[in-house]
Design a protein around this ligand. Structure first.
Ligand SMILES: [Ca+2]
Ligand SMILES: [Ca+2]
Ligand SMILES: [Ca+2]
Ligand SMILES: [Ca+2]
Length: 401
């Protein structure tokens, strides 16, 4: 296990690391095979500038660039550019001004913009791409200052129009909502649509875990939180989605809805946001047809798995689950907060038990509050981009199809 930290954090790190090892962190005993040869790692920076990362061809030269907070990194040399004045944050004492990032052409002018989810409870905003002109990018607040809550908003297409929306909570009304980006060129306003009634579960600023998928297999996507699920409506703009109580485990990051054991019922995969554990929650129907879930532990390899995303990394036609450790999530105060920043993935196969196989990608990066997956180098394999308190990283997928 190689740990190299330099400068003023070194002593603190050694102390935290020893404490972690004393706390019987299971990584040291882990027998998970090392698959780092399957990925080419590029460290864009070791600076803490964002806990979210996104991709977009910012300068329209045909090469995908990387966005992390108020900065973008120009491919292929990853030259760092500032969109608006910001600074490097201290990973041991501070949070940044950027928690989740998304690259999308918000105002439909043909240039990808940078969507930023700020500290939980603050309004989100987006930086308008200045089309290769010099100067500061124009900052637009999203949706009349709706305070975005829950620490794992999803970037998903709620209404099926091909544009990604933001699925999150609203701080003031404590409602589960979705925010729709403008649909006409030149527009800059996002629209807010309520999913739940007011005072709904999962909508506090520091609530953890949201998922989007078809829980009950009626052909309509539903929304999950750790406390249960909101049953989707044919018209997702209708509101008042019925809430069903269910135990979907501990506070978690992005919840992934899929049939893990191949019994035709959709299960939920989640990972602990601030403690340790990755689980699949098996959907079971009782004799009266009521749904409930039984949780099965998949892994305790690393703690603080504060983000997840699905992508078919190994090209077998099945989507894989990617998660990673949010390095120094609470500045070293949580159990396992300072064990090595691991990035890992799980492949699923419902034909045999266990239904999953765990692979470690890297143990000196981790992930932040969102992971972005995109083919960055044109070989049509999905690559992984992350940013956290340990820096900004690209992992190019070298697995054979
Ligand atoms: Ca580019
Ligand atoms: Ca644009
Ligand atoms: Ca449904
Ligand atoms: Ca199932």
């Amino acid at each position: 296990m190689k740990i190299r930290y330099s400068g003023k954090y070194q002593n603190t790190f050694v102390i935290i690391l020893v404490l972690s090892l004393c706390a019987n962190i299971s990584y040291a005993q882990s027998k998970v095979p090392d698959t780092s040869k399957d990925f080419k790692k590029t460290k864009l920076t070791g600076d803490f500038i964002s806990e979210g990362a996104a991709v977009a061809d910012v300068n329209k030269d045909g090469k995908m660039d990387i966005i992390a907070g108020y900065y973008w990194f120009e491919a292929p040399t990853w030259t760092r550019h500032e969109m608006a004045p910001s600074r490097i944050f201290d990973p041991l004492t501070e949070y940044s001004n950027s928690f989740l990032n998304l690259g999308m052409d918000v105002n439909l002018d043909g240039w990808d913009d940078a969507v930023i989810v700020d500290f939980p409870g603050k309004p989100g905003f987006w930086f308008e791409n200045p089309q290769n002109k010099p100067g500061v990018w124009k900052k637009h607040i999203i949706a009349d200052s709706v305070g975005i809550t829950n620490e794992s908003p999803n970037f998903v297409d709620i209404d099926g129009d091909g544009r990604l929306d933001i699925l999150c909570g609203d701080k003031v009304k404590k409602q589960m909502i979705w925010l729709q980006a403008p649909l006409k060129p030149g527009e800059t306003e996002w629209k807010r649509f309520a999913i739940s009634k007011e005072n709904a579960p999962g909508t506090e600023p520091f609530s953890h875990g949201i998922g989007f998928g078809d829980v009950n297999k009626d052909g309509i996507n539903d929304v999950t939180v750790a406390e249960g699920w909101f049953e989707g409506k044919k018209d997702p703009k209708e509101g008042n989605w019925v809430f069903h109580n269910a135990n979907l485990g501990e506070p978690c990051s992005h919840m992934q809805i899929m049939d893990v054991n191949g019994d035709g019922k959709n299960d939920v995969v989640s990972a602990s946001a601030h403690s340790m554990g990755v689980w699949w929650h098996e959907q079971i129907t009782d004799v009266k047809g009521r749904l409930y879930f039984v949780s099965h532990l998949m892994s305790k390899t690393t703690a603080q798995t504060h983000s997840s995303i699905m992508a078919d990394l190994n090209g077998d036609g099945r989507k894989d689950y990617i998660t990673g450790k949010r390095f120094l999530a609470h500045h070293g105060h949580d159990p396992g907060d300072s064990d090595p920043p691991i990035l890992l993935w799980f492949e699923f196969n419902s034909a045999r038990q266990p239904y999953y196989t765990e692979h470690i990608i890297d143990d000196d990066s981790g992930s932040g509050l969102n992971i972005t997956v995109k083919d960055m180098n044109g070989d049509s394999k999905p690559d992984i981009v992350v940013a956290n308190k340990h820096g900004v990283y690209l992992f190019e997928n070298r697995m054979k199809k």
